[in-house]
Design a protein around this ligand. Structure first.
Ligand SMILES: Nc1ncnc2c1ncn2[C@@H]1O[C@H](COP(=O)(O)OP(=O)(O)OP(=O)(O)O)[C@@H](O)[C@H]1O
Length: 333
């Protein structure tokens, strides 16, 4: 996806905070899907909901766009009660991406992306321009893809179209329910990477449900770990969750290899020892924008004990093996 593409309303995009206060959902058959759930989602951040199957993740997500009505509690979007708003109007400000996307099979890609703008009464030329702009943004050549039908695309491409469609009317919030789980692991990794770039450009408030802790760590600004009945176990940035799980249950959920995962979310800068006039010589190098995982991987390939950190091609300091393991996790990210 081309994160540098200029979007219709310019690079500064709008996003809303979401507040869930004592929210609950009991289904008519008596199932308490969500008992009492509270969460603050900051504007422009990507929050991941993760937890075992059936713990209420999708129910929480779908209460935010009122596809499911809560049986108790309050949900605020930028401080305003969503339950007092017309659900159809509300959903026009909330993009929704699901597994297998749910594109309309008999509509071309351009028309699929233009669904909400069309509903909003935009004229044809504007809808088309917006669809092309978004195709470009998600890395699909408009000339090649706008007139295809969904079945003429790969699973990963369809998923990108799903994201483009959800962004079409410049929503305040994106809700994503297992958005990448239907694509194969390689395509999935690439989609995640591109999605991160896209989010850096559009800075939407995103709530994403996943089963995959690696995906949560990779994409989330914050991760909410849930247990049955929507019980919130811990809500923290990835590095903190991995280094300081607040219970044995969370520790076991995030996995035994969480040490490695922690390295993957800790910036090289945190362990950097700066030095002037440094020459890299034949020592391995790592970019200053990399993570401790990158630094360790670079060392292990050539069995070195330190890497030289470079910024704009110039050495700025070093990171040693021991510094990697001594670097504490960040309190906040
Ligand atoms: N319409 C319904 N009527 C009764 N119970 C329901 C209904 N929809 C969901 N549930 C129940 O509510 C609970 C939470 O479901 P939900 O789909 O929110 O979980 P989830 O965490 O998203 O699960 P998964 O990870 O498997 O998708 C489950 O026990 C589910 O069986």
């Amino acid at each position: 996806m081309d994160a540098t593409a200029i979007t219709e309303s310019g690079p500064a995009r709008s996003a809303a905070s979401i507040t869930l206060q004592d929210v609950g959902k009991t289904y008519p058959d008596g199932t308490v899907a969500v008992g009492d759930f509270s969460l603050e989602v900051r504007a422009g951040e990507l929050t991941v909901l993760i937890g075992p199957s059936g713990c209420g993740k999708s129910t929480i997500l779908r209460m935010i766009n009122r596809l499911i009505e809560p049986t108790k509690g309050t949900i605020l979007l930028d401080g305003q009660d969503i339950l007092k708003r017309n659900p159809v109007e509300l959903r026009r400000h909330i993009g929704y991406v699901i597994q297998n996307v749910g594109l309309f099979p008999h509509q071309k890609i351009g028309a699929n992306i233009g669904t909400v703008p069309k509903l909003l009464g935009w004229d044809r030329a504007r809808v088309r321009a917006r669809a092309d702009e978004l195709l470009d943004l998600v890395g699909l050549d408009p000339a090649r893809y706008r007139d295809r039908y969904p079945h003429e695309l790969s699973g990963g491409q369809r998923q990108r179209v799903g994201v483009a469609r959800a962004l079409a009317a410049d929503p305040l919030v994106l809700l994503m329910d297992e958005p990448f789980s239907a694509v194969d692991p390689i395509a999935r990794g690439r989609l995640q990477e591109e999605f991160l770039k896209l989010q850096a450009a559009v800075r939407k408030t995103i709530v994403m449900v996943t089963h995959d802790i690696d995906e949560a760590v990779r994409l989330g600004d914050r991760i909410a770990v849930l247990a049955e009945g929507g019980r919130l176990q811990q809500y923290a940035p990835p590095a903190e969750l991995l280094s300081r799980p607040n219970s044995a249950a969370v520790a076991s959920f995030v996995g035994a290899d969480r040490g490695i995962r922690r390295l993957a979310v800790t910036p090289v800068r945190d362990a950097l020892r700066t030095a002037d006039g440094l020459e890299a010589g034949d020592r391995p190098t790592v970019e200053v924008t990399g993570t401790l995982y990158d630094a360790l991987a670079a060392m292990l390939t050539v069995d070195a004990t330190e890497v030289v950190v470079v910024e704009d091609g110039r050495p700025v300091g070093t990171v040693s093996r021991s510094a990697i393991f001594d670097t504490p996790a960040r309190e906040t990210v």
